[in-house]
Design a protein around this ligand. Structure first.
Ligand code: AMP
Ligand code: TRP
Length: 326
């Protein structure tokens, strides 16, 4: 039986953080065992907010390297830069004519980003390009964190609309979200998700942060005025986030961690969490340092070639169905 296809994407904006890793990338790696996996550095999405071209060019390779360092294996997964496969943009155009503005107006991520970046068409139609990314490979499942649920719903809706209008073409893709870690919170504001664009750099722990920096960031984590280490997402969001992070890293149940640290005091608890994270990230950093930029670029070029071939097959079928065939 042919394997089901998994697709996911990540933006090449600066460094990746433990929220990306725990919410999405760890699943990317695990899914390689059972699925036909396709992973994409979505550089065209990164142009929907103000950016510096040189920085973007560098971040692309850096992001590709980080993906390989966490365990995305180019011999098992198709890995490439979105802009090198123009079929994504082509399908996005076709889907745009089937996307009601009402659906885009509801997107909370657009509202948040438009406040900072301005109301631009590219940012507005970002979710349509994301749907095209997934559909151009006829993917069945998409591993992402919680914050992408609305975008995935639009993708499912567009797949159904297309199938109804032009005949069955696209699977309606499932979202794959981890039971724990789907939403890692900022260390500086435990009511907001950990994010690359956090105003306070101490809010996000980056995969390549030094041990020293990681300890400092955890020590400065915002918690509450009690003294008891206890899991309560509502009343103790900060401490609960700190309990989630190592329990995911070490697969230790939260209850065991609570037993261990219930009377430790927040200071010692934070250091213990930091140490678990330092240990968990060490192999990633070693892998990263061992990778060669030129080799990574060659791998990405080869990936784009294969991805173009695959996407072109799907697009030939789509063009025929919508009346734009040869
Ligand atoms: P982005 O950094 O927005 O390109 O996100 C890349 C992937 O990481 C997506 O699948 C997101 O859903 C996921 N992600 C981003 N931030 C978090 C977070 N704080 N917790 C869990 N997953 C996250
Ligand atoms: N919007 C996603 C994010 O910000 C990135 C993304 C773009 C993506 N295209 C995708 C994720 C396709 C999954 C599938 O994280």
């Amino acid at each position: 039986m042919t394997k089901r296809t998994v697709f996911s994407g990540i933006q090449p904006t600066g460094s990746l953080h433990i929220g990306n890793y725990l919410g999405a990338l760890r699943n990317w790696v695990d899914l390689q065992n059972d699925y036909d996996t396709i992973y994409c550095v979505v550089d065209m999405h990164a142009t929907t907010v103000p950016y510096d071209p040189q920085e973007l060019h560098q971040s692309r390779v850096l992001t590709a390297k980080l993906l390989m360092a966490v365990g995305v294996d180019p011999s098992r997964s198709l890995l490439y830069f979105q802009s090198q496969v123009p079929q994504h943009a082509e399908l996005s155009w076709i889907l745009g004519s089937m996307t009601p503005l009402g659906a885009l107006n509801r997107m909370t991520q657009y509202k948040e980003k438009a406040e900072r970046a301005g109301q631009m068409l590219g940012l507005y139609s970002y979710p349509v390009l994301m749907a095209a990314d997934i559909m151009v490979h006829k993917a069945h499942a998409v591993p992402v964190g919680d914050d992408q649920t609305q975008h995935l719903e639009l993708t499912r809706d567009l797949a159904e609309r297309f199938n109804n209008r032009f005949g069955y073409t696209f699977p309606v893709p499932d979202q794959i979200t981890p039971k724990r870690g789907a939403r890692i919170m900022s260390l500086q504001d435990p009511t907001a998700k950990m994010s690359k664009s956090d105003d306070d750099p101490r809010g996000a722990v980056l995969l390549l942060d030094s041990a020293d920096t990681i300890v400092k960031k955890f020590k400065s984590a915002v918690t509450d005025s009690e003294r008891e280490v206890r899991y309560d997402r509502e009343k103790k969001a900060g401490i609960s986030n700190l309990l989630d992070i190592p329990s995911i890293h070490t697969s230790k149940p939260v209850a065991d961690l609570v037993d261990e640290y219930v009377d430790a005091g927040y200071g010692d608890f934070k250091v213990a969490v930091a140490e678990a994270v330092v240990e968990g990230l060490a192999p990633i950093r070693n892998e990263y340092n061992a990778l060669d930029d030129a080799e990574v670029s060659r791998i990405m070029a080869r990936g784009a070639l294969d991805a173009r071939t695959r996407a072109e097959q799907e697009m030939a079928d789509v063009r025929t169905k919508v009346g734009l065939g040869a």
